[in-house]
Structure formats: C-alpha cells, structure tokens
Design a protein around this ligand. Sequence first.
Ligand SMILES: CC(=O)N[C@@H]([C@@H](O)[C@H](O)[C@H](O)CO)[C@@H](O)CC(=O)C(=O)O
Length: 349
Amino acid sequence: MVLLFLCLLRSVSGVAPLRIDGLVAAVLSPFDAAQQLNASVVAAQREYLRATGVNYVFVCGTTGESVSLTVKEREALLEAWLQTDAGVIAHVGAEAIEDAKALAAHAQARGAIAIGAMPPSYFKPATVEALAHTLAATCAAAPRLPCYYYHIPSMTGVEFAMMDLVSSVEALNVTNFAGVKYTGLDTSPGYKDAQRLVDYADGRYEVFGGREEMMLESLAIGIKGHVGSQFNFLGDLYNGVRTSFEHNGLTSVTAPALRALQLRGIAALEAQTAPSGVNAQKRFMRYAGVDVGDARLPYLPVTDDIDQHLSSSFSSFCEANADLYMCGGGGGGRRRQKKDVYDEIVYAQ
Ligand SMILES: CC(=O)N[C@@H]([C@@H](O)[C@H](O)[C@H](O)CO)[C@@H](O)CC(=O)C(=O)O
C-alpha cells in the first residue's frame, strides 16, 4: 500500500520530462589559442544555431569535452549559455559525485531547464543498483529539474540495459528522473532497449536519440528529441530529415531521399579521425564561420594534412548544397525559404 501511495505521489509530485520535439545541439566548448575558455564565442554559436532551427543546447557533454573542463569552467560556460535564449540542458556528470552534485545544484540555481548525467567511468558502478544510486544522488541535487541519465557506453564502458536502470531508479523513487539520453543506440542492448523504454508505462519517460546517423531509426520508434554533435553546424539538414519524416513517414517514396539527406550529414564528417576526436567537429564549426578553437589534450591537434582533408571534404559537401545549408555560406548562407529547401529535397519524387 505504501509503495502504491509513493507511486501515486510521484505521479503527482514528480517533475515532468521536457518532451522536446526537435534538435538539441551538443555544443562545442570554445577555447582560445591558449586553450583557455573563450565564452565570448557562445553568442555567435547561438546565432548560428538559431539560423539552422536549433533552439536547445546540451552544455559540456561529450562533444563539449565535459570532464576536460574544470568545474569552475563548466559553471562559467553554462552561465554564458544561460545568457542566451536557448533552452539549456546542463551536463553535470563527473568522476567525483560531489562535483556532479555541485554542478547540478548550480544548474538549477542559475536557470537551466534540465540536467543530464553520465556515470563515473574510472570507478565504474559495478551493478545497475550502484548506477541508480549514483544517478539518484546527482538528481537529488537539482530536485526541481528534470534529470536524465546520459547513456554513452562507447565512451564510459558502463553498459547496463536502460530498462534495468529504470527499475532500479523507480525503486529509489527519484521524483525528478525524466528519462535517458540514449547515445548507446549502436551498442548492445541498444536500439531494442531504447524502444522498450519509449513504450514503457505509456511513454512515462523521455528518450533522446543520441546518434544523428540513426535519426531515421530513432524517429521510427517514436523518439522526438535528438541530441547530437552535427547539430552544431548542420541543424538545417537534420531538421529536414525530421520535418519530412513528420510529413511522409518512411514511405518507399521518401525513404531513399531521407537516407540520402541523413547520410550527407555523415559524409560531411567522413574525414573525422580518432586521434583528433572532437577536433574534427571543431574544425567544421570553424569552416562554417564560428571559430571555437581546438580541443584540449588528450585530443591531439589536427595536423595540417588532416585539416586540409577535413576542409576540402566539408567545403565540397557545402558547395554541393550551398543554397540549402548554412555551412555553404560560412554561417550567413544564401538560404531559400526552409519549406522550399525541404520540399525540393524530399518531396520532389
Ligand atoms: C560519442 C559522441 O560524440 N556522440 C555524439 C554523436 O552526435 C556523434 O558525434 C555522432 O553520432 C557521430 O558519431 C553525441 O551523442 C554525444 C552527445 O550527445 C554529447 O556530445 O553530449
């Protein structure tokens, strides 16, 4: 009876998920030539995102080099984003639980709309219960904000099924647990696990798609919100995929066109190389007109020949689509009306 009451209480007093239907840019963290935080670039990043239909940001996630920034830097960067009109989700995951709690409390105090947290990855949680307790402690530091688990096993090595995490979190009655940012779509249990979570308890939790190269797969199982690196500089392309999916679904007529559209975005990153990591994405942002500097160690600087390769692959992609996507115009693209753009690409069958 008590458990029933607690569940009822949670359903009444719980913090509702955001229910974003759109793109969330996992924003790049701007550094100057001395590799110091350069928050003055955030305004230009926001304007580029606005022009490409991206109005939510996930600050200091993987693409934002998260734990490569100090707690103070992460707080300063979050505050810079909170000066803009973007919907700001703060990534607060950290190796030290006390850092994660401090970042969560700071995010709530300064006006973020939600928090997300990846697990510690050095002292990994040994069981899903340990993961649930770690997440619960972080969520409890920002009790008025929707709190999402950031599931990125490819980087953390923490690979529990999210359905198992949900069971453990519910047993702890975390009133502001709102769902999962599912970047593990391409690992195991991956996609099936995400689908179960989308359907669980009539869609009680929000599931964000974390792989833009799997946006069609995400859309096909009812995921509405998407978090990704490429939305920093190609949000208009991926809004085209979302918009045309909404209009046409995955009919035989639109499937090839949608996949072509989606893969164009991936092709723009084809030259991305492991040692450079997020540096490839930071260079694409520079080529698109907003210089966010280079990534910090342990990512190695982009060598001149890789820079040349990245630059030519990005500019050939943009030249081929210069009148469709901002990147071709260096941030001030010669853009036709969005509707014409998407109609031309996707509906013209
Ligand atoms: C590991 C990684 O960087 N994943 C990216 C993806 O957008 C990724 O860049 C894309 O799927 C291409 O592989 C995002 O899911 C990560 C993310 O949400 C974040 O940077 O916080």
